[in-house]
Design a binder for this molecule. Structure first.
Ligand SMILES: [Ca+2]
Length: 241
């Protein structure tokens, strides 16, 4: 017996109508990292160095006004939608982070070493984040931070970008924590600051008198709907190193 095409179409539409919403949403409606980690995919991972505890200034101090920017590079092989990030850092116990400015720059390869370019491709302020202390050496405290991005960042596949994380602090300082050597990728972290009169990006080791080489600790999470199989951190690492 032949079954009419229109009948089959009606059956298919009816099946879609009874499919649970979460099965079709593909995680896009649930982007809070701590609640829905099963819906997110780790696409970039530079873990913190909890042996040396290296760090470098990266923040906006409200009073007296000063800014410090440390940035590190990354790339993704597809246009994954980056919806959440993790980072680690140090601050004094008396300091409270008001919000966190996340800036992503284009890459500028045509200088004596790669640095962030003039073009800002993403900038948002995070007002909701988690802060979990992992080490205490008073008056300093090292913590692990987790946050959703207010707006997803959609990179162009294969492009290199620079991430800068700057907590906004009233009267103190924040230092972004360094990553382990095994997770080094691309170029060394770079730095600028009006406080130090450094307005052109230079490497952290060039700015510092005590740091030989440094890259920063951060993790990028993508919405699982946008991740293509084989494009996770491990695959990228194997491809480029
Ligand atoms: Ca790097």
């Amino acid at each position: 017996m032949r079954i009419p095409v229109t009948f089959c179409l009606l059956i298919w539409i009816a099946a879609l109508a009874v499919t649970p919403a979460e099965a079709r949403s593909c995680g896009r409606e649930a982007t809070h990292l701590l609640r829905t980690s099963r819906d997110l995919v780790k696409v970039w991972e530079q873990d913190p160095d909890t042996v040396e505890w290296g760090n470098f200034a990266s923040s906006v101090r409200v009073s007296p006004a000063a800014w410090f920017r440390t940035a590190d590079d990354f790339t993704l092989t597809t246009d994954d939608h980056i919806v959440a990030i993790e980072w680690w850092g140090r601050k004094r116990s008396s300091s409270t982070i008001d919000s966190v400015r996340v800036t992503i720059f284009e890459n500028e390869p045509d200088t004596r070493y790669p640095v962030p370019g003039d073009t800002v491709v993403y900038q948002e302020h995070i007002t909701a984040f988690t802060e979990v202390e992992i080490n205490s050496t008073p008056p300093h405290h090292d913590s692990h931070y987790t946050a959703d991005l207010p707006v997803p960042f959609v990179p162009e596949a294969g492009e290199t970008y620079w991430l800068c994380v700057q907590p906004i602090i009233q009267d103190q300082q924040f230092w972004w924590m360094a990553t382990v050597e095994d997770d080094y990728w691309g170029a060394e972290a770079t730095f600028t600051s009006d406080f130090f009169g450094v307005y052109d990006w230079i490497t952290v080791s060039e700015q510092s008198m005590v740091v030989d080489y440094m890259e920063m600790a951060f993790i990028l999470w993508a919405d699982d709907c946008t991740v293509v199989e084989g494009t996770t951190w491990g695959a990228i690492k194997a491809m480029y190193r």
